[in-house]
Design a protein around this ligand. Structure first.
Ligand SMILES: NC(=O)c1ccc[n+]([C@@H]2O[C@H](COP(=O)([O-])OP(=O)(O)OC[C@H]3O[C@@H](n4cnc5c(N)ncnc54)[C@H](OP(=O)(O)O)[C@@H]3O)[C@@H](O)[C@H]2O)c1
Length: 317
C-alpha cells in the first residue's frame, strides 16, 4: 500500500509552449491497479523514476497549442500523469487519442467503459472466445474491468459468475448487471458457494486477482478450459506464492494467455464503437466512483487495494 510521502505534491509553473507542443488541462485521472506495478519496478513498461511525475491515464482538454494536430478545445485521453496540466508533444502524442464530445455522454466514460477498462474487457473476452452456454467466472467482478467482462459474457450467452468483496457489490452484479451469481470471497464458505454456483464447472476464468481466488477457480475448471490472465492484483502490494497454481494449469491442459491492452491500440476505435452501441441500447451499464482533488490521488490508488471502489475509480482534478 502507498504510505504518506511515497508521492509528493509539487508545484511548478505551467511550462511555456515550444513549437510542436500543446498544453492540456487535465480534468479527470484514471486510477488503475497497474500504477502500483509501475511503482514497483520495470515490467511491461519501465518503472516510474524517483522524482518523475507519476504515470497515469487522464482525460484532458487542450487549452493552448503550437502543435499542428491539436487546437484549443480538443479533448484527449492519454498518459497525462498525475498533474493539473500536461504538455503534449511529438513523443507524447503517440499515447494520446482525441475523443469526441457526445451529447449526454460523460467525459469520464472515456476513462472507463470507453477507455482502458472497456477495451481490456473487450479484447480479453475476444481471447477468451466464449461460446453460448459456457460458464465464465470473473474475479474483481465489480471493478471497472470485471463488471464489463461479465456483461460481455452475458451478451455472448454464457452463465456468468462474479467474485467480489462485498455483499453490496454482489447484489449490484446480480440484480443490476444480470450476472447469474456473485460470490463474496470474504465470506468463510465462499469456496463451497463458488462450486455450487458453477454446476457444470468453469470453462473460462477471466483472471483479475490471482492468489487464493485463482487457485479455487482453477480447481473448478473443466478440461481444456481457458484462462484469460488479465491481472493479479492480490500480488501487487505483497509477495504472492500462488505460482504453484500453474501446476493445475498443466494437469488440466488449460490454455493461459496473457495479454497487454497496448497491443490492441490500432483496434481501439472498433471496440469503442461496439461498447458505445451496447451502452446506448442498455446492454451494458457502467458505474463510477469519483474522488475529488488531485491531492487525493495517493489515497485513491490505495482504494483499489481495499476494494473501496465500485466500477471505474476516477480522480476529478
Ligand atoms: N492486462 C491488461 O492490459 C490490463 C488492463 C487493465 C486492467 N488490468 C487488470 O485488471 C484487474 C482489474 O483492474 P481495474 O482497473 O478494473 O480495477 P478495479 O477492478 O476497478 O479495482 C480493483 C478491485 O480489485 C479488488 N481487489 C483488490 N485487492 C484484492 C485482493 N487482494 N483479492 C481480491 N480482490 C481484490 C477490489 O474489489 P473487491 O471489493 O471485490 O475486493 C478492487 O475494487 C487488475 O488486476 C488490473 O491489473 C489489466
Amino acid at each position: 500500500m502507498l504510505t504518506p510521502g511515497d508521492l509528493k505534491l509539487d508545484e511548478t509553473p505551467v511550462p511555456e509552449l515550444k513549437d510542436g507542443q500543446a498544453l492540456t488541462r487535465v480534468k479527470y485521472l484514471s486510477i488503475d491497479p497497474t500504477m502500483r506495478v509501475w511503482m514497483a519496478g520495470d515490467s511491461y513498461l519501465p518503472a516510474v523514476g524517483i522524482g518523475d511525475v507519476m504515470r497515469a491515464f487522464g482525460f484532458a482538454e487542450v487549452v493552448d497549442s503550437r502543435h499542428p494536430d491539436y487546437k484549443k478545445g480538443d479533448r484527449v485521453t492519454g498518459l497525462t500523469g498525475l498533474q493539473d496540466y500536461a504538455v503534449l508533444d511529438a513523443s507524447a502524442s503517440k499515447s494520446f487519442q482525441k475523443v469526441p464530445k457526445i451529447p449526454f455522454v460523460s467525459d469520464t466514460v472515456f476513462l472507463g467503459l470507453l477507455g482502458i477498462n472497456g477495451l481490456t474487457a473487450f479484447f480479453g473476452m475476444e481471447i477468451a472466445a466464449p461460446k453460448k452456454g459456457e460458464t465464465l467466472v470473473v474475479s474483481a467482478a465489480a471493478g471497472a474491468t470485471g463488471s464489463i467482462v461479465g456483461q460481455i459474457g452475458k451478451i455472448r450467452g454464457c452463465r456468468v459468475v462474479g467474485i467480489s468483496g462485498t455483499d453490496d457489490k454482489c447484489n449490484w452484479l446480480t440484480k443490476e448487471l444480470g450476472f447469474d451469481a456473485a460470490i463474496n470471497y470474504k465470506h468463510p464458505d465462499w469456496k463451497e458457494k463458488l462450486a455450487a454456483a458453477v454446476p457444470n464447472g468453469i470453462d473460462i476464468d477471466f483472471e483479475n486477482v490471482g492468489g487464493e481466488i485463482m487457485n479455487r477457480v482453477l480447481e473448478l475448471m473443466n478440461l481444456h478450459g481457458r484462462v484469460t490472465l488479465c491481472g493479479l492484483i492480490s500480488g501487487y502490494t505483497k509477495e504472492d506464492p500462488s505460482l504453484a497454481s500453474f501446476a493445475t494449469v498443466l494437469v488440466k491442459r488449460l490454455r493461459v494467455e496473457g495479454f497487454i491492452i497496448l497491443d490492441y491500440v490500432s483496434r481501439f476505435m472498433e471496440a469503442a464503437t461496439q461498447l458505445g452501441q451496447w451502452k446506448m441500447f442498455g446492454k451494458i451499464k457502467d458505474r463510477e466512483t469519483i474522488v475529488e482533488g488531485l491531492e487525493k490521488a495517493p489515497d485513491a490508488i490505495n482504494m483499489l487495494f481495499t476494494g473501496a471502489n465500485t466500477g471505474k475509480l476516477i480522480v476529478k482534478v
